[in-house]
Every structure is written in C-alpha cells, then in structure tokens.
Design a protein around this ligand. Sequence first.
Ligand SMILES: [Ca+2]
Length: 490
Amino acid sequence: MGLKKTHQNTIFLILFTAFGALLASCGKSGASGELVGAGAKNFKSNEVPYGMVYIPGGSFIMGQTDQDVLFGQAAQNKEVTVSPFFMDETEITNSEYRQFVNWVRDSTLIALMTGAEQAKFLVVDKSVTKAGNNNPVTPPSTTQPAPGAGIQTGNNNPVPPPSTTQPAPGAGIQKGIAPPLPRPIDWRKVGVNGANLWKSGLKGDVFKNAKKSITHTELGDPKLDDRKFTYGYTIFDAEKAAAERDQRGKNNIQNADRTKQVFKDTVGVYPDTLVWKAHLFKRSHNEPMIYGYFSHPAYNNYPVVGISWRQARAFSVWRGKVNDSYRAAKKLPKRMPYSLPTEAEFEYAARGGRVGTTYPWGGPYPRNAKGCLMANFKPARGRFADDGATFTVNVKSYFPNDFGLFNMAGNVAEWTNDAYNVSAYNITNTLNPVINNAGEKRKVVRGGSWNDNGYFLQNSVRNYEMELEQTAYIGFRCVTPYIGRDIKDK
Ligand SMILES: [Ca+2]
C-alpha cells in the first residue's frame, strides 16, 4: 500500500512540474488546460474608419413629425432602435467613386495582359521563386503562361490564342467578366490611380493589345470604352440563408449548403454622365456637366451622380473588399462589411440625436434665424440659385448636423439599402428595421436633393426610385456597423 501511495505521489509531482513548466513557458497561450478563449488578437474597437463618423445606437420615433401633406401615410410614427454604426460624413464624391472606376479599369487591363508583362503587377509567385532557388532553370508551370508566348502571337493577332489557364481577352469581358488572374494584383506595383500601369510608357504589345480591347475609336481619338468596365462580386446572402433555415425547421440546420446561399451581381461601374440632359433636363444646355462633372478635377469633391442603386451597392461591396485585403496583409481583424444605410439608419442619423425635429439642423424651417438657407435644394418655385448653387455643391457645404454629418438633407438625395414598401412601418422589426426584398425594384431614397423642394428635405419624408435608374440628383453614402456596445467602452 505504502509503496503504491509513494508511486502515486511521484506521478502527481511529475504532472505538477510539467503543468508548472507549461504555465511558465506559455503564459496565457491557452495550453494551461483552462478555458481561456480563442481570441489571440486584440481588436481595437474604437478606431473610426477614415472619412466616417461614429453614430451611437439609440431609440427614436421614426416617421412624420409634421403634416403629412400628401396624405400618403407612408411614414407613420414608430419607435425603433438602431445599433451603433459608422457613417460617411459626406456623400460619396466624384473623386472617391473614380477610385472604384480606376480600380476596375486597371484590374480589367491587367487581366487582359499575359505573361511577364502581366506578372509585373501581380503578387510574387512563391512556388516559382522557391523552385528557382533550387534549380536555375524554372520548371514549366501550368498556371503561369510562358513569358512571351502571348506577345509572339499578339503581333499578328490582337486576340491571343485560347488557353486552358488564361481565357482569351474579350471573351469574358463581353459577358461582363474579366478573365481570371493567375494570382492577385499587387496594388503597390500598380501605383496610385494606376500610375505605373498607364504612365510608365508600357510600350509592349501585350499592354497595347490589352488596351486596344478596352478602347473604342468611334469618335476619332481612341477613348476607353466604359462599357467594358464591369465589377462582379459574390457575397454571403444572410437573408436567404435565414429564410431557408426557418423553412427547414430545427431538424436540418446543419445540412445547409452555404455555397448556394450566396448573392452574385455584375454591374457596369461607370456613372451615366448623360443624366444631365435626360429626363427632366431634356431641353437644357447642360453639356458642360456631361463632359466635366464626373471627370474634371474641379468637381472632385462634389457628390457623384448618375449612379444606380445596383452600382451603389457594388461600390459598397468593393470598398469593404479593398479594406479587407489591406487588413489581411497587415494581419489585422476585418471590419464589418460596408453597405448602404438602412432607411432607419438614415433617418436616425439625419436627426442628429434631436427629438421631434423636422430638418437635420433641428429647426422647423429650411432657413435659419438670419434667413440663410441651410441646405442645397430648390427654394420657392424653381429659383435654383437662391441657395447659392445651381446644381450640386461641394459635399462639405453648409453646417453639419449634431452627429457631424453633412448634407443629410439636400445636395443629392441618397439611396438607402431598403426596398420601398408603403406599409414598411407596420411590418418591420422595431430593432434595426430593414426591408430587403430583391423582387421589389423600388428602393428608398432619402434626404431630398438640389432638384427637390423643401418638403423632401424633411427627416421623415420617404421617396423611392427604381434600382437601375440613374439621375443627376441621387447619390449615396455608406455605413459599416460598429462592433460592440459603445465606442466609449474600454
Ligand atoms: Ca444629401
């Protein structure tokens, strides 16, 4: 008995020593056998994304605070609660949207290039480098077309021969999809706004041919063909997944096929610059706006227009993915996805934390006590310039509201995420209400524009436009959720 007991003690002692050693060497690594959680990285949750402001969560009365002059009853009062989020302090500008267009333009061009010319702009192929270290002769690769292969045929024929790994340029583009790249693009090599791609005098045939397939000469000088610039994306469709889950019931939740619960879209990204002369402006001499508004540096900080709801959504997804890839490279945790604000988020943010007010600046009138107009809209009966502007203005014009948001009323009206439903307030949840309905092509537009009268500037007034419609008076801004309870929490 005594011997056995000693033996047990020895084992205990050995175990204890081992345990102690683990604790000493690994600290809080989780190897202690205790439940310590898997969160190895600290997430700095008080970081405010560039160009955005923090909107604290809260409850508010959504809906009409003034007379319902149209008797539409589309905005009945309802108390709703919104979680904290970040919102762009201004409308998305021409300059910001051009970053998206340039990104798509440069990706398309690089995807249309081949071989070594293309490889200049891609991340380094580590498999090739490693093999090269051991062996001075680089082995032939199936994923990497031999340098020069495309160039030789390219001299005679602008369309390189079909290849199993590299689809012929043009084939995918016509369908709106650029050929897949063998490796991701290294944007540091491309330079700001594609400087290294466009300005370094790339004279090779691979570049010339790629450029040719996204250029048209219908107007004499070669011009980039904006029809070729499309952005395709795939995102997880939580709405669909949750609906399927509810249908399946609790017995079969584990077997959900997540690969089918995705949402895909491909959109041409270029704004419709003809909006300045279409629809309402048919007989206006607005040609200077057509030629200059989106592309001239004078309008850099003016709100982008001519953007459909579908384009605005694609921009938001792209913005999130660009940030994701930066953060992945820096080994930082991702942000939540960017999106258009829900209708409730927009109204909550527009109110700036004030209760029962008519306009974002709090007052009951579109003018302040000095008689100055507080926003860019159409005062009186079409005296566009009374507020100091004929069309749009710089996105930082006028005073921001109490959350620090500019032009939540006026300048350009803004797309929200929500599908329009006249009875929305009767059917939505009171917690973070939203109407996602892909079948409903009418999307809610908020805030009123330079082309609207003062009624549409009110915090509660709802309007809608078809999701593919592009106009000279609708723009947008993005939001991204704040992760946590409140930004002031430690
Ligand atoms: Ca606005």
